[in-house]
Design a binder for this molecule. Structure first.
Ligand SMILES: [Zn+2]
Ligand SMILES: [Zn+2]
Length: 277
């Protein structure tokens, strides 16, 4: 593979998977993004989109896979037990994230993979599973890649990641709520990024409660705030991500159109979207 960062979206939806005829274009799977830098495979979150990605990886030669978790709400982990490389002894998988609660990452996944939630236990997986707990000041370095972390504003905590490789940068900042002030640590994380993936779960009207109840305090943001961050941080490309389950294809089409009026390089994420940086 070339010296580029290769990105593919496998799940772009927030909160819960939303299959059906009205979500065919953007897809109904929850958060999962594949990033490749040289031979390194980095997966961001294990929402339901990771199932199909796992099937693709099984067709390749056995290898090491890193999964970075933004946080551990269901929509970001529920695909993990259906990620087929974990049932293949020729693969090794490192789970990377910061458990917010007391306890380790291993305990956290041990709870997900246990009776009565799942028929198999974590220790019964065939792949070699490792755990890497990260904290605010951590940089992760792997094969010429550096990954920087910042805390985002989300109930129970969430981490945003900036992946840099050969002078290119990709930022994953989902599940974060804005405030009146621009988030300084997010601006730092996104500064001059080639691509910023941003939590665009709500419209301004939804967030303010002009449509239904106010979503303030729910831990999510809007595309308009994404545009502010993208402009201020001088981001090249803004990807609207974590679509609300109630937003169907037509709704997201409109939302993307509106966003492009404000920031030309805005794209609503869809399953199958590929970007080479
Ligand atoms: Zn989420
Ligand atoms: Zn969340």
């Amino acid at each position: 593979m070339s010296g580029k960062i290769y990105v593919r979206f496998w799940g772009v939806r927030g909160s819960i998977a939303t299959p059906g005829k009205d979500t065919v274009k953007y897809g109904g799977n929850t958060s999962c993004v594949e990033v490749r830098c040289g031979n390194e495979i980095i997966i961001l979150d294990a929402g339901t989109g990771i199932r199909e990605l796992g099937n693709k990886l099984l067709m390749e030669k056995p290898q090491h896979i890193n999964i970075l978790f933004s946080h551990f709400h269901y929509d970001h982990i529920e695909g993990f037990p259906f990620f087929s490389p974990i049932f293949n002894r020729n693969f090794s998988v490192t789970l990377i994230g910061k458990p917010k609660l007391e306890g380790t990452l291993e305990q956290l996944f041990g709870t997900q993979l246990m009776f009565p939630y799942f028929p198999l236990a974590l220790k019964e997986l065939d792949a070699d599973i490792a755990f890497h707990e990260v904290d605010r000041e951590n940089f992760i370095r792997r094969g010429g890649i550096s990954i920087r972390l910042e805390h985002l504003n989300h109930p129970g905590g969430c981490i945003g990641y900036r992946i840099e490789y050969r002078g290119k940068s990709f930022v994953y900042a989902t599940d974060t709520e804005h405030s009146d002030q621009l988030d300084v640590s997010l601006l730092k994380l996104a500064s001059h990024a080639d691509v910023l993936v941003y939590d665009s779960n709500f419209t301004d009207d939804e967030y303010a409660g002009k449509v239904g109840t106010s979503r303030s305090g729910w831990g999510h943001s809007t595309w308009t705030h994404g545009v502010k961050i993208a402009r201020t941080a001088k981001v090249k490309k803004l990807i609207l991500f974590h679509h609300d389950p109630s937003h169907d294809d037509r709704f997201i089409d409109e939302l993307e159109k509106e966003a492009r009026k404000e920031f030309r390089e805005s794209y609503a994420a869809f399953e199958g979207l590929e970007i080479a940086i």
